[in-house]
Write a protein that binds this ligand. Sequence first.
Ligand SMILES: [Mn+2]
Length: 418
Amino acid sequence: MKEKERKEVYMKRVTFIHAADLHLDSPMAGLKSLPPAIFKKLQESTFAAFSKIVDTAIIHSVDFVILAGDLFDGEDRSIRAQIRFRKEMERLAERGIPVFAVHGNHDHMEGQWVHMPMPDNVHIFSHEVAVMKHTVENGTSVHLYGFSYPRRHVLERMIDRYTRKDGADLHIGILHGHFEGSSEHDKYAPFRLKDLLEKDFDYWALGHIHKRETLNEHPPAIYPGNIQGRNRKETGPKGCYLVELTESGAKTEFLEASAVIWEEAKVDASNADSFHDLFGMCKSLIEDKRQNTKGTIVNLTLNNVSLSGHEMKSIANGELLDALQEEEIEEESFVWVSNLAVNEKRIWSKEKLAYESDFFTELFKTAEQVADISESTLPLYGHPLARKYLEDLHEEEKRRLAGEAEALLVDLLYKEHA
Ligand SMILES: [Mn+2]
């Protein structure tokens, strides 16, 4: 009994913040068409989000902070970004909060940059997997394992070089790398879940994949995602994890930090009988999306739109989008519709057409088989100049494009057929 009591009193426990993919000073390229005030807010957003994470660390007075790679967006690490980063590190230093960080494929060590020294509380892992020991105020000791990218392309299975080293109460792996099974990121320092679990660590602080994901619960293996969305593909709230780790398990909590949120939204326009109705629907969606002290950029899709010819024409001309943007005051909690896609109500039903005509049955079958549209996009993606500016298409986008092509074709044929 006594033994048990003592164990409870001396329970080994640490608290920390786990963040990754800060991409500080991300240039937000390709978004210059936004109104200047919003563009400026976006350019500032990676810093604002990081500042909020440091606030969180201070408010919760955590034992330490882990940054799992891609601290800076560019391999040249702008001086502005380093100064801002150092200021945040100094705020943590004043409170005696250490930081354990690795560099990733974006801020790898081979880049040319003006070297700005960091305060002593900042511990950066070198290019070989190493162990750092840290003992927190309550006496709990931790081994932290990690490495920084010596160059951009690290294709080796770095996970094989992580080995648990006895001599600490808790063991935390920091790894900026590619989880085999996810497809949208470069396959650097790949690993499987099995590899992580075999190491017998208490927590895996992952980085590299920008979408938040918990790969495993016990022990936690977490991608916190990036701290601020940088384009329309990086949707939803972004932030960091607050972790309380003990010998018997972990409590994890996601905390939002982003200054601007990207969103995809849909409006079902079936009941809109006029341009005015549709405008009202869009306006009320915009008010639903509005958040306190935070901007929102929305990509809006209107479905089942069926209005008179000239109303459809004015929407196609961009007048609806203009009207929505015009009403928006560029203040802190803005909701900016940056893109408007319109899907007309279909005057044909797929089932009915397929039932009535062998021709359409054949067409739908063919369309389904065109799951891989890479052949059609080859001329574009094969073009050396165009390729530089294009990102690879997600599976979802490919399906959407194939669906749109099918609808376009049927619309055309249906009109002839009818
Ligand atoms: Mn990244």
